[in-house]
Design a protein around this ligand. Sequence first.
Ligand code: FCA
Length: 334
Amino acid sequence: MTSKIRRFTLRAMFAAMCIAPLGMNMAAHADSPTKIGFLVKMPEQAWFINEQKAATALGQKENFSVVNIGTPDGEKVLAAIDNLGAQGAQGFVICAPDVRLGPAIRARAKRYSMKVVTVDDQLVDSSGKPLADVPHLGMSAFKIGNQVGQAISDEMKKRGWKPEEVGAIRITDYELPTAKLRTDGATQTLLANGFKKDNIFDAPQKTTDDEGGFNAASPVLSKHPNIKKWVVFALNEESVLGGVRATEQLHIPSADVIGVGINGAGEAFAEFQKKDQTGFFGTIAVSSTNHGKQSAQNLIDWIRNGKEPPADTQTTGKLMTRDNWQAVRTELGI
Ligand code: FCA
């Protein structure tokens, strides 16, 4: 009898030991917030810092956690997806270091049944066509480029510059479709406003940051010492700032330079706060906060409610200069 009771007690204890961790696990799973990744190509750039911050803040409000990862090359992207898979993440937002990684990224996400949405840079397949089944949110690139061209043209007129005496440094990245659309848009508007086609010089950049802009612009400036007035444009303000720094290096007076960027993030704010105006005239500000928040929201709604995000959301921008930057910044919640 006693041995029977003991056996029973032992069995019950054993059963309890087996069930307890299982039960705890299930409870932990039900309580633990949904987890997503937010992968960006340049984690040091203010634009991407803002996006990740906004996604994280939304997660705190809506009970999901965001794993922010910097993925400057293809290997890091794949390692990050593996890492997210191991952590049980259910999806990720990505701005990839190279949009042609599209099929590889999609395949790796599928391995872990993770959902993917892109932000800023849309993934493409091997023939350069956008991946239609990966929802995207990005700038209305060509239109924002048009705004860059208009801002430059207006400022040229205001300064009374004659088109024949002005050169343009077009800092380009033709491997990245959104970048090409932006500089194409700016070019179209400049030409429509009477800019001389022959005075536009291409400066291909290796990286889409200040250094990339500086290195691209310097040789173009050196090659044309006869041109005294310059305008500078590119896919983003970091690159334009690099171009403006190159004009400073050659002692071109800031009054003879009109640089207009795109983004409206930390570096532009720092530039507007300098005591004297530099060659950086302005930037078309887009809300990085909104990009981060909305792309994360789209992904979460997809994971939680099965609501597939719109295939392609395009955002708008607003000219920001020294005169209005604080107001625009507040308006866009940057
Ligand atoms: C690209 C650029 C970034 C930002 C983003 C919206 O990824 O590299 O600077 O402009 O598009």
